[in-house]
Design a protein around this ligand. Structure first.
Ligand SMILES: Nc1nc2c(c(=O)[nH]1)N=C([C@H](O)[C@H](O)COP(=O)(O)OP(=O)(O)OP(=O)(O)O)CN2
Ligand SMILES: [Zn+2]
Length: 141
């Protein structure tokens, strides 16, 4: 199978309130997202890398970069208070209905991109999301 991939980076903060270790604290990551897509070849390309970049930027990166990833059904009141303060002062929040682990975020990004690329006759082969240099989650479609 022939595919194309593009890498993206973004910075974001989150907290894993249920985590028993350090990750229950508010902290940030320099995330790396790798998007792999496939489809028929037209003019020698599955999709122009520039077009793939624009889709991923518009649907994900621009919304999440330098944000607080806020789990809106968190059982942790502190998380809601942080989000409230940030929202109240016009700071950037990326609101989700799941605990923002690498696994859940990778699944969310897979669904967003699959929906968007479908219109162009393309399919997401895999989404890889690095949370740290050594830890990542991967979804294979
Ligand atoms: N399966 C998962 N485990 C953990 C996740 C996750 O999303 N999925 N996330 C975290 C924390 O967000 C944490 O910030 C990252 O954890 P970790 O890889 O342990 O980070 P370290 O930099 O400490 O890694 P080392 O390899 O030990 O340096 C926790 N777990
Ligand atoms: Zn983390």
């Amino acid at each position: 199978m022939l595919s194309v991939s593009k890498e993206f980076t973004f910075e974001a903060a989150h907290m894993l309130s249920e985590h028993e270790g350090e990750c229950k604290n508010l902290h940030g990551h320099s995330y790396k997202l790798i998007v792999e897509a496939t489809g028929d070849i037209q003019n020698g390309m599955i999709i122009d890398f520039k077009d793939l970049k624009n889709i991923v930027k518009e649907t994900i990166i621009d919304k999440i970069d330098h944000s607080f990833i806020y789990y809106n059904s968190s059982k942790d009141d502190v998380e809601h208070k942080i989000a409230e303060v940030l929202k109240g002062s016009g700071k950037k929040i990326f609101e989700v209905n799941y605990r923002p682990t690498a696994e859940n975020m990778a699944m969310h990004f897979y669904n967003i991109l699959n929906d968007n690329l479908k219109d162009k006759g393309l399919k997401v082969v895999s989404i890889t999301l690095y949370e740290t240099q050594k830890s990542f989650a991967k979804v294979v479609g």
